[in-house]
Design a protein around this ligand. Structure first.
Ligand code: AVI
Length: 317
């Protein structure tokens, strides 16, 4: 159980989200300590191809990326850089500085410690902030060329308009002349997608259901966790996997004194994971002012890493 005062933003999102006509809770609340551990476990699953595919792609294309990016950049990672991907990039591009940005100071400290062992002379300037909005980078990297890094297809967890807002905020944060290396998951056979988001061992189910445990623990709730089940569905029109929590019977519960009831079969929408076609990813980047310079993908074209550069505003017909 978590302790300490409940996050008012969590409470507000849950109370509004559960009362909405289509009940939904923003996916970021899946990632408390337990949720982050379970997500780590998901990345190791045989069915969960994104992490493995992107990491292998990065390893294989590290030389190509380095040839285009060059050395001496300030690498600015959106996220704490706790994954195996960060050292691969840092090894390849030999940056002058590394700036991980994360809203969680704990994750930042842990990842900085981990990287310190392998890159003892690398200048690391962690920034504890919400990168969804433009932010000021540390003055120590003023004057250095910037390479943004956003792996994992985390962009896919945002609906298009929010994803474009984020990409635009990243452009503003990084400044003129910046480049961005971003991982984006591709559209692929539905059975592959469903297995990745509904694994037979039930790790993804535990990850999803943990949201209810968190609501109960932090927001004084009594949601019957056992009466919900994990559902992963492919929404073809929206080109995304959706995670839902489905009521397996008619049920009622309270959160922070507010009553909620769900009929059997009703769901709480907890996450989207968008998948992109070759043109989709380019269009989305372009909508936010990023022009694609290079794209690397695996043999099955299951995952792409794109290098984009900040475009200057220009007249257009
Ligand atoms: C973090 N994010 C990119 C994961 C994804 O694949 O959309 C989250 C996840 N949800 C269930 N499995 C993995």
């Amino acid at each position: 159980m978590d302790s300490g005062p409940a996050d008012p933003a969590f409470r507000a999102d849950v109370l509004a989200g559960l009362a909405a006509p289509v009940p939904a809770v923003p996916a970021r609340w899946l990632y408390d300590r337990r949720g982050s551990e379970l997500f780590e476990e998901i990345t190791q699953l045989p069915e969960y191809y994104p992490t493995r595919t992107e990491t292998a792609l990065l390893e294989r294309r590290a030389g190509d990326i380095a040839a285009l990016v060059g050395e001496g950049e300030a690498v600015v990672e959106f996220g704490s850089g706790s994954s195996a991907k960060t050292p691969i990039l840092l090894r390849a591009v030999a940056p002058a500085a590394y700036v991980p940005i994360d809203i969680s100071g704990d994750f930042l400290r842990e990842s900085a410690e981990g990287l310190g062992a392998e890159f003892p002379s690398l200048a690391v300037f962690p920034v504890e902030a919400d990168f969804m909005r433009p932010l000021a980078l540390p003055e120590q990297i003023a004057g250095l060329p910037r390479l943004g890094f956003f792996p994992g297809s985390t962009i896919g967890n945002l609906v298009a308009r929010t994803a474009v807002d984020l990409l635009r905020a990243m452009k503003e944060t990084l400044g003129d002349g910046a480049r961005l290396l971003i991982g984006m998951d591709r559209i692929k056979p539905v059975e592959v997608l469903l297995a990745a988001y509904d694994d037979p061992g039930g790790v993804t189910a535990r990850f999803n259901l943990n949201l209810l445990n968190r609501i109960n623990a932090e927001l004084d709730g009594d949601a019957p966790v056992d009466a919900f089940r994990h559902r992963a569905i492919w929404n073809d029109e929206m080109s995304r996997i959706e995670m839902h929590l489905e009521a397996t019977r008619d049920l009622a519960f309270a959160v922070s004194g507010r009553p909620f009831s769900f009929a059997k079969g009703a769901t709480i929408h907890t996450e989207n994971s968008h998948k992109y076609g070759h043109r989709d990813s380019r269009l989305m980047l372009r909508a936010a002012g990023w022009g694609v310079v290079a794209e690397w993908t695996d043999e099955r074209e299951w995952f792409s890493i794109l290098l984009a550069e900040a475009e200057l505003p220009r007249f257009a017909p």
